[in-house]
Design a protein around this ligand. Structure first.
Ligand code: IPM
Ligand code: MG
Length: 355
């Protein structure tokens, strides 16, 4: 029997609730497909700070590196907002990404047919949207030097090297080759030097993918076009900060940020996580939507473990659940036949997976 080791980082807020449901679904698909998961929990974020004094204990990296993949919930919360930057939950996550070298963050935004009414945009605008933001994750404005703070001045630097741009561009083109073969590279080349280099390198890399249609868009225009006509996009290639913003924006096409998964990959092990945050305001009430995390577990099966059939099974079960009218709290107003709790939603999906 095949055996996979998964590191579970539940984190803060609703993180533990949504991870528990993903585990339920993973165990169900494992029983169905004939493999076995072994989980090891690791600490990150506010809870890690509370227990160990460090938002990213060394042990967490060690556990991650000896696993086949990491499934991650969410981190952060007001409780830790006043800590100095290095001790904040977010710093733990950024260090984690850097240490694992996960330079490519894939954030698909698809619109489930059953939920076209849930988007804040018109159904005719969002129906059939299927795009993926390929966001550079361990460079750019988040990590550039110099950075600093005095009493009346704060500064960060947006830096990209040729090699950093090259590897994320290759990733975007490779993904486009498995999809509609359209890449839109997002930058601010009319203002920023770093974006001029970005555009130059993306054009160079594109010559290796003659079948892929490449366009360039300034980030402000891209933000507008995502709302105006999102169906024009297939793969959106972005730097770190632009991708952070545009992926949150694109999530709203689908109706709830509680639906969208992501994968962070590099040359070592990958991290699979919902794109939403820890939502402390609803934590512990059993109303969070676990679908984003369950869909992230499906991406983990597909990309990290090569278990495409099992991933398909999960994706189909999510669709069936929505089709039959089961909705968590966030989507209760949209064609719900039955409003269910976080754990009921996980159980329904797990049950469909086993059939
Ligand atoms: C994300 C989050 C993180 C980011 C935060 C929590 C550091 O917003 O994954 O999009 O900005 O990358
Ligand atoms: Mg973000």
């Amino acid at each position: 029997m095949k055996h996979y080791k998964i590191a579970l980082i539940k984190g803060d807020g609703i993180g533990p609730e949504v991870i528990d449901e993903a585990v339920k679904v993973l165990d169900s698909v494992a029983a169905f497909a004939g493999f076995h998961f072994e989980y090891e929990e690791a600490l990150m974020g506010g809870i890690a700070y509370d227990i160990t004094g460090d938002p990213l204990p060394k042990e967490t990296i060690e556990i991650a590196l000896k696993s086949d993949a990491v499934l991650f919930g969410a981190i952060g919360g007001e409780k830790w907002d006043k800590l100095e930057r290095e001790l904040r939950p977010e710093s733990g996550l950024l260090r984690f990404r850097k240490e694992l070298g996960v330079y490519a963050n894939l954030r698909p935004a698809t619109v489930y047919d059953e939920l076209v009414n849930a988007s804040s945009l018109k159904p005719s605008v969002v129906s059939g949207v299927d795009l993926v933001v390929v966001r550079e994750l361990i460079g750019g404005l988040y990590f550039g030097e110099p950075k600093g703070r005095t009493d009346d001045k704060g500064w960060n630097t947006m830096v990209y090297t040729r090699s950093e741009i090259k590897r994320i561009a290759h990733k975007a083109f490779e993904i486009a080759m498995t999809r509609k073969k359209i890449v839109c590279s997002v930058d601010k080349a009319n203002v920023l030097e770093v974006s001029q280099l970005w555009r130059e390198v993306v054009i160079e890399v594109s010559s290796e993918y003659p079948e892929v249609e490449l366009s360039h868009m300034y980030v402000d225009n891209a933000a507008m076009q995502l709302i105006r006509n999102p169906k024009q996009f297939d793969v959106m290639l972005t730097g770190n900060i632009f991708g952070d913003i545009l992926s949150d924006e694109s999530s709203m096409l689908s109706g709830s940020i509680g639906l969208l998964p992501s994968a962070s990959i590099g040359s070592k092990i990958g991290v699979y996580e919902p794109i939403h945050g820890s939502a402390p305001d609803i934590a512990g009430q059993g109303i969070a939507n676990p679908i984003a995390t369950i869909a992230s577990a499906s991406m983990m099966l597909r990309y990290a473990l090569g278990e495409a059939k099992a991933a398909d099974k999960i994706d189909a079960s999510i669709k069936r659940t929505l089709k039959e009218g089961y909705r968590t709290h966030d989507l209760a107003q949209f064609d719900a036949k039955e409003v269910c709790s976080t754990s009921e939603m996980g159980s329904i999906i797990a049950n469909y997976v086993s059939k």
